[in-house]
Design a protein around this ligand. Structure first.
Ligand code: ADP
Length: 277
């Protein structure tokens, strides 16, 4: 592959400084929750940091609910410069894109074969007008599926460092301490190695349990397996997140979010898009 290959995806993502792909071997280990928490933590780095959150779980999108925007008004708009993500805040510092925002009925199921999913992922990567982003956090489905292969195939031009875009995508693995989850995490790790995707490190989620009464962390569901695995596999261990009942309530509660001034945001983006042309 040539060093300076340009594609619609590489052109679109040229304004994104860092891409972090969140992976897990199994479903239900907290990958989407971790993606949201990562995006929020990155957002808090500075008052000007801008973050995008891209949901590539085409058949099971959960980010709209987790960011509190599982509401009919939260829809993706088409501007002359591409799809406008749904912004969580008025300042347009956290934009979210998910197939969930494109479904007429949020309860609709998406039953698509590989090529159709690939088309959607290509569109998500090449047609969303994120603007300048410090971080794009990409939440993926569990395991190593068609979606992962599509994502990495389309991102491949970014893997070759060049003058216009010196950073390459990286990944974070999420696991729980249980052996079954750890075994599947090794498969995800092997996938990253085969595709030469850098790994920033591993997070052990649901590690221990925070007592809602006294706040003490107990070891009921086990902990430490992820840390040990990171050591064995010679990857960075990024930390442990305990099971927290408050977090479940916050993430799973029915959305009460409200879109503040989306119309004004759309108009501003349209004006910027026209100024770009
Ligand atoms: P995945 O994306 O891996 O399928 P999710 O992020 O959807 O997993 O999490 C599955 C469920 O577990 C959700 O209901 C979420 O609220 C909950 N959850 C995730 N992490 C934690 C945690 N640290 N403490 C408590 N609940 C959690």
């Amino acid at each position: 592959m040539s060093d300076n290959i340009e594609t619609p995806v590489s052109r679109r993502l040229a304004s994104v400084k860092n891409i972090v792909i969140v992976l897990s071997g199994k479903g239900g280990v907290g990958k989407s929750s971790s993606s949201v928490q990562l995006a929020l933590s990155l957002l808090s780095l500075s008052p000007t940091t801008r973050v995008g959150l891209l949901d590539l779980d085409i058949t099971g999108p959960s980010l709209p609910r987790m960011v509190g925007l599982d509401i009919p008004e939260a829809t993706v708009h088409q501007s002359s410069a591409g799809w406008v993500p749904v912004y969580v805040d008025q300042g347009r510092r956290l934009g979210v894109m998910s197939i969930g925002f494109l479904l007429k009925d949020r309860g609709d199921s998406v039953v698509w074969r590989g090529p159709k999913k690939d088309g959607m992922i290509r569109q998500f990567l090449s047609e969303v007008r994120w603007g300048e982003l410090d971080y794009l956090v990409v939440d993926t489905p569990p395991g190593t599926s068609d979606e992962h292969i599509s994502l990495l195939t389309h991102l491949h031009p970014l893997f070759t460092p060049n003058i216009s875009r010196p950073t390459t995508p990286t990944s974070i693995l999420i696991t729980t301490p249980q052996t079954t989850a750890l075994n599947d995490t090794i498969k995800s790790l092997s996938f990253t190695r085969k595709l030469q995707l850098p790994v920033m490190g591993l997070v052990e989620n649901m590690s221990g349990y925070v007592c809602p009464c006294c706040g003490e962390i107990s070891d009921t569901f086990g902990k430490g397996g992820g840390e040990q695995m990171a050591k064995n596999q010679q990857i960075n261990f990024l930390g442990k997140v305990p099971i927290d009942t408050v977090l479940v309530k916050l993430l799973d509660s029915v959305s009460k979010g409200e879109l503040i001034g989306q119309g004004a945001i759309d108009a501003k983006i349209e004006a910027e898009a026209q100024a770009d042309e």
